[in-house]
Design a protein around this ligand. Sequence first.
Ligand code: HMH
Length: 207
Amino acid sequence: MTITCKLLLQNYAQSWQEATVHPFLEECQLGTIQLQQFNTWLRQDYLFVLEFTRMVGRVLASAPPQHFDVILGGLAALKDELNWFLEKASERQLNFNIKKQPTCIEYCEYMQSLTDKPYAVQATTFWAIEFSYNQGWQLPGKMPAPYNEFAERWGNPDFTKYVKLLEQQADEVLKTAETDIQKQAEESFLRVTKLEHDFWQMAFNTV
Ligand code: HMH
């Protein structure tokens, strides 16, 4: 049987839920998240996105030409996103001369380790990372300012469309992947769900 993104979500519904439903996001929606918690997330996530951008560059390097269009679109969005993070930080008078927290380090190292994996594993992981934010920021429902801007960045219809295309590309290569590679894609999906949960928890734990 061929694994698909949809099957991963079904088979690991609990892990997916833990990755995308978290008190951090619920408290953004309620407006009760503490400034320090939010700012920790913002600063650590910028450092994450820098490493994620490198990962996407490497995904492009592994991809067949028919997949370039979607991936290049993703990289263009990341160009904008990185500048936007700098703006948000400057509005909040935050700088980025901070250290990555252990969870952020672990996630970044995991993304680096994908370099040596087959493209099908990279494509599935890429989709899972983007879809987790697409879902996570939308599931709590409409957010109040200033969190609405964050929710819309990852929840807007264009981003949702882009994530669907990532899913199609991953499914397409999973279809012809060897069983062992499908297994690796499945493991990588699960690893992402765990890291996503830990990332929210890391920010939420800020005192
Ligand atoms: C931790 N996961 C994390 N940060 C992000 N910005 C995304 C996913 C979406 O790119």
